[in-house]
Design a protein around this ligand. Structure first.
Ligand code: PEP
Ligand code: MG
Length: 318
């Protein structure tokens, strides 16, 4: 099976009845973009730019960032790049950006909340992304957004940059989206869907915050299963709101490469899966194994269960 999946890695992934689902790769290092393409990735669905910042001893300046983002864009050769703005705090401290001691770092200054405390840092990053993508399409994604107000604040910075930077020096076509990883965002997806260009569901954090289980907890993290029906309902709400506004929805958390979850996610209407580069051929192969009706049946069955164990029991025997 693996050999077959590898052989077909450059083919688009379509369900048995021809429904296309994009399969992209998650990336933490722009130098690995070429490898992701060689493994069949149709784009980068999540560039975790915080790893780029962590590799430096101080905030990387505009030119340093442009050079690194350009490395990924060059390797992608026109394929889409979804670059997530700096997502530190919580489990990912940045030594040169100390955050006051917090009792609950995962509920504290992280992601967009942290970067909005120093908007000039966010602005430099956004400028670097826009300029690195000169003449090319670009997708920028904001992490840990909890409601439309945070999105609007970031949108204002982006809009100002789009006016400031001459058109030929910046991305030709920009999509600005948000990660769905805080339950409030899924619950309020209709209000966000009207304003964003896309959503990408971060099931790692969405599961953590929905089930109130620390994703790294040694005793509890095994219970943090993204196939929990409560998480699936939030994904369903997100997709319905997005599609009602003609916006696309990806999944970039671990759940996107779970063989049991793939048909459920497709059944819920997910348009793109972003997984580790190594998983790309296997996820594509998994997508070719079922049709949309089966996917919808599996999603319906999963949503009707009361626990993640029940979801796995009912799906895995099939
Ligand atoms: C997620 O939360 O699912 C996600 C993709 O982001 P990260 O794992 O980097 O927090
Ligand atoms: Mg996350």
């Amino acid at each position: 099976r693996e050999a077959e999946a590898w052989e077909a890695r450059f083919d688009e992934a379509r369900t048995r009845d021809g429904h296309r689902v994009e399969v992209a790769a998650n990336l933490g290092n722009t130098a690995h973009a070429a490898d992701a393409v060689a493994r069949g990735a149709e784009g980068i669905g999540l560039l975790r730019t915080e790893f780029l910042f962590m590799a430096h001893a101080k905030l990387p300046d505009l030119d340093t960032q442009i050079a690194e983002y350009r490395e990924a864009l060059d390797a992608l050769d026109g394929r889409p790049l979804v670059a997530r703005t700096l997502d530190v705090g919580g489990d990912k401290p940045l030594p040169y950006w100390p955050v006051p001691q917090e009792a609950n770092p995962f509920l504290g200054l992280r992601g967009i909340r942290l970067t909005l405390t120093r908007p000039e840092v966010l602005e430099t990053q956004l400028r670097a992304l826009l300029m690195a993508a000169a003449g090319k399409p670009l997708r920028i994604m904001l992490p840990m957004v909890k409601d439309v107000a945070e999105f609007r604040t970031a949108r204002q910075i982006v809009d100002r940059l789009l006016e400031e930077i001459p058109a030929e020096q910046r991305a030709s076509d920009l999509q600005l989206g948000v990660m769905i990883e805080v339950p409030s965002c899924a619950l309020l997806a209709p209000s966000l869907a009207a304003e964003v260009d896309f959503f990408s569901v971060g099931t790692n954090d969405l599961t953590q915050y929905t089930l109130a289980i620390d994703r790294d907890h040694p005793q509890l993290s095994a219970q943090a299963d993204g196939l929990h029906p409560a998480v699936l309902r939030l994904i369903e709400m997100t997709v319905q709101a997005a599609h009602a506004h003609g916006k696309w929805v990806g999944v970039c958390g671990e759940l996107a490469s779970d063989a049991t979850a793939v048909p459920v996610l497709v059944g819920l209407g997910i348009d793109e899966l972003s997984v580790s580069a190594r998983q790309v051929p296997l996820v594509k192969a998994r997508l070719r194994e079922f049709d949309c009706e089966e996917a919808r049946t599996q999603a319906g069955l999963a949503l009707a269960q009361a626990t993640s164990e029940a979801v796995r029991n009912v799906l895995e025997v099939r």
